[in-house]
Ligand binder design. Structure first.
Ligand code: NAD
Length: 355
């Protein structure tokens, strides 16, 4: 049996609301965590995962929702941070009743939390959720010109953030003739590679799916590397666009780049690795700052917008990244600490009662 503490939980971090829900018809067990609504309703996807126990699910909900507060605040959006998790296997346990149960729990929060897709859920699943609640985003709002896929916006934001990182590190912001090593050629990674290629960068790419690599080699004149070789290739920039935790004790000593700027979530295995990157004179673009393009996009849903309007907004990630690096230099702190500091100012982080 696992006991869950709330207010003394190490990841509690001043969460405003935490809701556990259970649906007897489907047996659905879920948790919605709302970290902060200072800037607006808490937005964050619903993750369906076969957590080994409730404590793991609870911890994940708390950490992910807090992360969303920082991401929205740093991107200057009128949103707070929240997240839902459902303890289930996304391959075998999804059914309409489960999504109805999620929607009803979301409705109970009367708009304080807005859900979306995440790991284990899809746009199609959110279409079912939408039948029961208005508080859901990430849907194909204009099927003729927008299928609900956030990845083109995420990739464009990463491209802008990468350019800002290059500017800070190498004092010019053109990627022309730079070598960029890209890990992961999925929805975000491939689109990033296209933008880089169109702007004159040379690509070294890897993916565990050989078809993705072949496509990048054929269409973008990329050089292929094996998945475990990508950390040691000589390049100007490394763009992780696959997994989390890839900057770790094993990979860090291998790196021969000046900048790390990519779309993957939670790239650092631990905060300690940010310090080690600095010691190696590698500039790290904090992941939640650079990959906010998809989140920026969902704020346009329900409005009349064009792709161009959204891209113009996403382009601001360039300025945000420069602001982060400048704050880091000025305060002699790491870029990830600077990003947190700027975000905390924006969402009114309260250090709590002083005793
Ligand atoms: P995706 O599943 O479409 O692509 C991931 C790619 O990485 C796949 O092609 C996969 O084969 C490859 N991959 C997996 N393990 C690998 C390994 N060990 N080495 C090399 N390649 C590997 O996912 P995505 O939507 O492109 O997202 C990529 C990352 O960006 C994830 O960390 C995701 O959380 C983050 N992210 C995505 C978005 C978005 O809009 N899609 C937004 C913010 C953050």
């Amino acid at each position: 049996m696992t006991n869950i503490s709330i207010f003394s939980h190490p990841d509690f971090n001043q969460h405003e609301r935490i809701l556990g829900f259970y649906d007897a018809t489907s047996g659905t067990k879920g948790i919605i965590a709302i970290h902060n609504t200072f800037r607006g309703p808490a937005l964050g996807g619903c993750r369906i995962w076969p957590y080994v126990n409730e404590a793991e699910a609870f911890k994940d909900a708390l950490r992910l929702s807090r992360g969303m507060t920082y991401k929205a605040a740093l991107a200057n959006l009128n949103l707070g941070g929240g997240k839902a998790v459902i303890i289930a296997n996304p391959k075998t346990d999804k059914n309409p009743q489960l999504f109805k149960a999620l929607a009803e729990a979301v409705n109970d929060l009367r708009g304080k939390y807005i859900t979306a897709e995440d790991v284990g859920t899809s746009v199609a699943d959110m279409t079912i959720v939408k039948q029961h609640t208005d508080f859901v985003v990430g849907l194909p709002v204009k099927p003729d010109q927008d299928d609900g896929d956030p990845s083109p916006y995420t990739a464009y934001g990463v491209y802008q953030g990468l350019k800002a990182s290059v500017k800070h590190r190498f004092h010019h912001d053109s990627v022309n003739n730079l070598t960029v090593a890209v890990q992961g050629l999925g929805s975000v990674g491939f689109k990033l590679c296209k933008l880089l290629h169109e702007n004159g960068a040379k690509l070294i790419v890897t993916d565990i799916d050989e078809n993705n690599v072949k496509r990048a080699v054929d269409e973008l004149q990329a050089k292929a590397a094996q998945p475990d070789e990508i950390y040691s290739v000589k390049a100007d920039v490394f763009a992780p666009c696959a997994l989390g935790g890839i900057i770790n004790d094993d990979t860090l000593p291998q790196l021969k780049v000046g900048v790390i700027a990519g779309g993957a979530n939670n790239q650092l295995f631990s905060p300690l690795h940010a310090e080690r990157l600095k010691e190696k004179n590698i500039l790290y673009a904090p992941d939640y700052a650079i990959n906010a393009g998809g989140l920026i996009k969902v704020t346009y849903e329900g409005q009349d917008f064009t792709k161009k309007d959204v891209l113009r907004h996403v382009k601001q990630i360039y300025t945000t990244m420069l602001e982060v690096f400048e704050e880091a230099d000025k305060a002699k702190i790491l870029p990830n600490q600077a990003a947190d500091r700027i975000a905390e100012k924006r969402f009114g982080y309260n250090k709590g009662p002083q005793h």
